[in-house]
Design a protein around this ligand. Sequence first.
Ligand SMILES: C[S@@+](CC[C@H](N)C(=O)[O-])C[C@H]1O[C@@H](n2cnc3c(N)ncnc32)[C@H](O)[C@@H]1O
Length: 169
Amino acid sequence: MSKQPSHMTILRKIFKAIDIDTVLEFGTGLISTPFFIDRCKSVVSVEQQDRRFHQMAQVLHEEYQHLLPLLLLGPGRGSEWLASADDVYDLVLVDGHSQARYRDVNEAFSHTEIIVAHDTEDKRYSWEKIVVPEGWQIVECTAAPIHTTVWTKRAEVVDALTAKKKENE
Ligand SMILES: C[S@@+](CC[C@H](N)C(=O)[O-])C[C@H]1O[C@@H](n2cnc3c(N)ncnc32)[C@H](O)[C@@H]1O
């Protein structure tokens, strides 16, 4: 089993399979944010904790101008902000506010063709409130104890995630 967090194993497979230039992530962090900064032309990173924003997202932005950090306080603010924008991203990672994740996924269906959500085994996140539009496929990645789920309209992504390969290839 891979030693890296399960969302990173999945993201690596997706990035290996297709070109991803633009990313929106809910939940700035030391793992996913530098990964996206290194590989993408533009990264929007939504953080919902004040201290964490100032310690991490703002500091990273000073060095990496293609990272746009957004501080949006309150569980519904991230999805409300996204709903008010016409923006489209190659991929959306949902790994942020614990009470917001299902809302972030529901809104992301209108803004991308690939959504990756972390901690999907954890019932406290109300994942059952996700309403999947027609035409989307779901890949549940359960090899690691912490699960990651991908909703996508891209057949190549489904193929990449369901191919029988070693986890951290
Ligand atoms: C697991 S961390 C994100 C990790 C990051 N995506 C990575 O892979 O490096 C979860 C994020 O959600 C935010 N978050 C979680 N629960 C929260 C809450 N109750 N209120 C505000 N922010 C919260 C944290 O500030 C943090 O940015």
